[in-house]
Structures are given as C-alpha cells and as structure tokens.
Design a binder for this molecule. Sequence first.
Ligand SMILES: Nc1ncnc2c1ncn2[C@@H]1O[C@H](COP(=O)(O)OP(=O)(O)OP(=O)(O)O)[C@@H](O)[C@H]1O
Ligand SMILES: O=P(O)(O)OC[C@H]1O[C@H](OP(=O)(O)OP(=O)(O)O)[C@H](O)[C@@H]1O
Ligand SMILES: O=C(O)c1cccnc1
Length: 495
Amino acid sequence: MTNKLYDTSLSLLTDLYQVTMAYGYWKSGTAEKEAVFNLYFRKNPFGGGFTVACGLANAIGYVKHFGFTKKDLRYLRTLTGSDGQPLFEAPFLDYLAELKLTVDIDAIPEGTVVFPNEPLVRVRGPILQCQLLETPLLNLINFETLIATKAARLRLVAESDTLLEFGLRRAQGVDGGVTASRAAYIGGCDATSNVLAGKHYDIPVRGTHAHSWVMSFDSELEAFETYADVLPNNVTLLVDTYDTLQGVRNAIEAGHRLRERGYRLSGIRLDSGDLAYLSIEARKLLDAAGFTDTAIVASNDLDETIINSLKQQGAKITVWGVGTKLVTAYDQPALGGVYKLAAMRDADGSWDYKIKLSEQAIKTSTPGIQQVRRYRDERGFLADMIINESEPLPGNTVTMIDPLDFTKRRKFGPAQSFDELLVAVFRAGKVVYTQPDIHAVRARVQTQLASLHPSVRRFVNPHIYPVGLEKDLHDLKTELILKLRGTRDADYPKA
Ligand SMILES: Nc1ncnc2c1ncn2[C@@H]1O[C@H](COP(=O)(O)OP(=O)(O)OP(=O)(O)O)[C@@H](O)[C@H]1O
Ligand SMILES: O=P(O)(O)OC[C@H]1O[C@H](OP(=O)(O)OP(=O)(O)O)[C@H](O)[C@@H]1O
Ligand SMILES: O=C(O)c1cccnc1
C-alpha cells in the first residue's frame, strides 16, 4: 500500500547539506560511528490537544529502496564549490555507490495518537546513514501526520456523517495530492474523489458532478435527467448552478423518473449560499416529495469550524465534501517535526548523550535512546512517559517529571498497565515490521481517539495530555544542560 513513487531510489530527495555532512563524516573517518536520532514535533497542530501519527508506510518504502544509482552519482559528480572545483572526491562517490543501509529504525505505528516531544521515529546506526535519512523522513512523516490530524478533527465534528475528501485540485502538487488523500482517509475520511489515490492505496472513491455538466445543457432539468439516465446507480445532483431551491425541485423531478426505472436519487449537493438555510429548505422539499432517504451533500470551503457551526445551526447535511482546507492544512500548513541527535557511541562502548540547547526550555532536545511508555487504565490513556531504553530503570516504581516544571511529578507502580509505543521497523537495514492495511490503520485512529479524555479532544483550549520524562532521564538532561552551560552550581534544584 505504499506509493509507487517510492519504489525507485529517491536518495537525492534530501537537502544538499545532508550530503555534504555525509562527505564530512566519511572524510574525517567518523562515518561509521554509531548514532541515535529522534524525530519528534514540539506542538500539536491546529491549536489542538492531539496529533495522529502517519506516514510510516511511505517512510518504510523510502528506506527500503534507498541507494544511489549511477545517474544519481553522475549528478553529484557535477556539483562544485565556491572555487568551481568538485564538491565531492571520486572515492566518496564510490563509497555511496556501494552504500547499503544498515540502520535500526523503531517507530510509533501509524494511526496512533501522539503528543509533543515524543519520538515518532528513532534511527540508530552509522551516523552518515542516519544523517542521510533526516530530510526524507521529516518530509514523509510531517506531511501525512499533519493531514491525518486534520482529517481526525473533521471526523470528530462530522460524527457519524459521511466525510468525503475532494482536495486534489487544490493540493500542493501531484504527491501532495495523492499522499494527502491517503492521510485524509487514515484520519477518518470515508472516501476520496482522487482516483489515483484510490488505486494506489485501496481507498474508496466517490463523487458527484460539476457545474460544467449542468452548464453544458440548455436546461438544468435536462442535465439532471441525462445524468440520471447514463449513471442511474450514482446519482447525486449538484443543485446550485442557477437557483438552489429550483435546482432541488428539478432534482426531485429527475428523481421521480429514476424511481420509475427502479433506481434512487442518492443525493443532492449544495456548493454555495447559506448551507444551513438551504439544507433545511431542501430537506423539506425532498421529504414532502417522498425522497426521505436522499442525502444532502455540502461542499464549499468547509473545515471543522464551519461544519461544527452548521451542525449547531441545525443544517440537514449528512455528507460533507472537504477539499482545500483539508489537503493543504489551510490553517497550519506545516507540522514542525524535527530530527535531533540524541546519543553517540564512545570508543569504550558507552553512550555519549547529546542535547541541543535552546533559550526556550521547550526547544532543548532530550538525550537518550528513547522509548515511550503509555500508561492506561480501563477508561483510557493516562499519561506518556519517555524513558531512556539503554539505562536500567531505577526500580519497580518509576517517577515521571514534567519537563517544563520539575516540581510536577507522578509515580507509576508495577501494577500500572502500559504499552511501549515504538516498535521495531528495521533491523540492520532490513524491514522487520508488518505494516497493517490502510483500513486497519484508519480504524486504529478511531479507537485511539476514543481512549483520549474528551477534554484532550476538544478544540477550544484543550487539556494538555501529560507527557513527562522518567526521572533518571530528566536528571541526565538537566546535567547535560548544566555542563554545556558551564554551570557547576551544586545548589541547582536537582530533581
Ligand atoms: N450557515 C453558514 N454558517 C457558517 N458558514 C457558512 C454557512 N453557509 C455557508 N458557509 C460557509 O461560508 C463560506 C461562504 O463562501 P463564499 O463567500 O465563497 O460564498 P458562496 O456562497 O460560496 O458564494 P459563491 O456563489 O461566490 O460561490 C463558505 O466557506 C461556506 O462553507
Ligand atoms: O471547496 P473545497 O473544500 O475545496 O472542495 C472542493 C471544491 O471543488 C469544487 O469546486 P470548483 O469550483 O473547483 O468546481 P465545481 O464546478 O465542480 O464546483 C467543488 O464544488 C468544491 O466546492
Ligand atoms: O465529486 C465531487 O462532487 C467533487 C470532486 C472534486 C471536487 N469537488 C467536488
């Protein structure tokens, strides 16, 4: 179910600085040094309280097919520096020609709800290889995670209504369209209008017709009757080309003829005007004519806020077509996922933990070979604790510390149930993970959302789901910060 686009090597789908750093590691003899990087984001998108992990399937496809082709290397050979001389020596390009990834990758499965600062993907292996994967992994995970989260928000407001993704025409290019359709389906859409995405990803495809169909006939009624004649088993008529309520009457007339032929008028679509008022009036007309099972579809720059408002206004819409604002993540066009070095193996075999300092505490990275423990009870998820997998935990009872306020702590005893979220995906460069099919991933999103407290799911000032660091990891991070800042203050409040 991965995009066929990734079935060929896309090793040059990276930033130049990854290749120049790779050259630097190779040239300075550190290419094989073992490193660990974590991919995470710092803020839930759309001002929400949760995020839906997505994009792993395509990331697996990318890593699986990684390798520099002769053509890639021929291109790299042409690159020059400021003195006009080649950037890369020939032996480095020979090294890339032979390069086979040997990394271990652990990741949180697609469809899992995730929160800021949790590693969604952890890459461990020779630093040169980890470095080359930074940009493509961020590209693949950031976008699909963003769109799946947007779709999950739409699903929450649409409740049991049908949600159709109509975004291809407004999407950010070809892959932006195809990949958005996949993530939108996983997040909770029921179908897409995007036929290529349907074929690639086994997503149901659905659709109505455009204004051009109506405009190409002398009358709207003739357009509707012809459409019903040629596609009697797929009749949802767009009624707003000239006068919406007159359009509904014409649809009803076409619907009567359809009925006589043993078919049904599946729906009408509203695409302009006051969708609450028009849907209520259309519903009355349809019901009075006996078309009680004809659905009212609405489209026109919809998003979760407008759908929510329309529902509160009593709109009689049960099918929502959402395009632009879904596939472009209109109100937040990027997820700010980052990929940070968290540890390097020393010559003596021990880990040298790494952090990136920042003036803002939230932006200081966390060291360690991170795993996420999600504590839960029978009602749902309680809290997520990031642990350092490479160090033994202090005992049966573990303490979780809020990374932004070390006085906020929580203890979890041995009886408390938890799941470890990151699972093995690659070992020594080989896939060891069985990707669930897209429908199972989509279903997972809904069970995960149901395990979140409603206060975390709400859109306005959502409750912040607790994510903390295990105490030893917190202490390690504090010590590294102090060391890097050159502070040796014994009085510094140690957790
Ligand atoms: N009752 C309503 N409450 C809140 N928002 C609505 C309601 N009805 C429609 N909308 C939304 O308001 C916006 C209206 O868009 P716009 O100004 O383009 O008007 P329009 O009716 O589509 O006009 P046009 O005929 O030019 O397409 C759309 O995003 C639409 O989804
Ligand atoms: O509004 P969105 O959420 O992006 O949903 C997709 C839009 O694309 C179509 O409009 P368009 O004017 O392109 O073509 P049409 O003639 O089929 O309406 C459709 O009617 C929707 O309004
Ligand atoms: O099928 C539809 O109604 C449709 C498809 C794409 C964009 N807008 C509407």
